[in-house]
Design a protein around this ligand. Structure first.
Ligand code: ADP
Length: 264
């Protein structure tokens, strides 16, 4: 009968948020996850309902960055996978599926399967209303996992994190090429560790050279979204599960400016 036929049709796919931003880098260790988490914090500070998918399946860092290393694993209810919540951000991470010290040794299909679930089966609303922004912390590199994300949800745009060093910029170019191949618009580049901001004297030192990412962004024809200094407080906050973007200090303004430029 007609009603039965209707019931068997899959529910139409509803994107998890009107604005979905992928934060990628190409190279690991440039601070991509730290930046993604603090961009999410800056969005919360702007009053936006914000979610984060830690899609870095082989090196999930959201549990540590959000102070959730002792959190219980993700639960699944009739409404979907229930995200955890910290600092006003709702988040899911493969780090909540396996113990913090257990390395993830998954085969490709399991990785893409987990990512697909995080993009389509999470109960982001949970009675608080739908998300305004979803940030995806992309896995480094340009493989299956990246493709699964690019093809799994309608991504509004990608932010590329790079350091001023040429090796990282070369990788940023590769990350950019992947986004372009998958027709994801690149919103711009954020330069991390732009200069060393001395916690003692408050002066900046340009240890890696300055302006590399800004010039590179110009050459690639993408906007430069801002620079985040190298500052011990960011490393300490990250290890302690705090977001500097939500605190008063020398870095909150930098994240606020980068988030505003990203959402423009
Ligand atoms: P990625 O996600 O690119 O692999 P992470 O975000 O895990 O990199 O950062 C790598 C390390 O560098 C972490 O210990 C982090 O706290 C530190 N870090 C990142 N950015 C900064 C910064 N601007 N100032 C100080 N420490 C930073």
């Amino acid at each position: 009968s007609a009603p039965a036929a209707r019931r068997s049709e899959p529910a139409p796919f509803k994107p998890p948020a009107p604005v979905i931003i992928a934060v990628g880098s190409g190279k690991g260790g440039v601070g991509k996850s730290t930046i993604a988490a603090n961009l999410a914090g800056a969005c919360v500070r702007q009053g936006l309902r914000t979610g984060l998918v830690d899609a870095d399946v082989f090196g999930p860092s959201a549990p540590r960055l959000f102070g959730l290393t002792d959190a219980p694993g993700l639960r699944k209810t009739d409404a979907g996978i229930e995200p955890l919540r910290a600092h006003g951000v709702k988040l899911v991470s493969t780090g909540f599926l396996v113990g913090e010290r257990e390395p993830v040794v998954w085969r490709g299909p399991m990785v893409t399967g987990a990512i697909r679930q995080f993009l389509t089966e999470v109960n982001w609303d949970g009675g608080d209303g739908p998300l305004d922004v979803l940030i995806i912390d992309m896995p480094p590199g340009t493989g299956d996992a990246q493709l699964a994300i690019a093809q799994g949800v309608p991504i509004s745009g990608a932010v590329i994190v790079s350091t001023p060093q040429t090796v990282a910029l070369d990788d940023a170019r590769k990350a950019m090429a992947l986004f372009e191949r998958t027709e994801i618009p690149v919103l711009g580049m954020i330069e991390n560790m732009s200069f060393f901001l001395c916690p003692h004297c408050g002066e900046g030192s340009e240890i890696f050279g300055r302006g590399g990412a800004r010039a590179e962004a110009g050459q690639m024809g993408i906007p430069f979204l801002g620079e985040i200094p190298l500052h011990p407080s960011l490393r300490v906050a990250s290890d302690e599960g705090r977001l500097v973007a939500l605190e008063d200090g020398p870095l909150a303004g930098a994240f606020e400016r980068a988030a505003s430029a990203m959402l423009e």
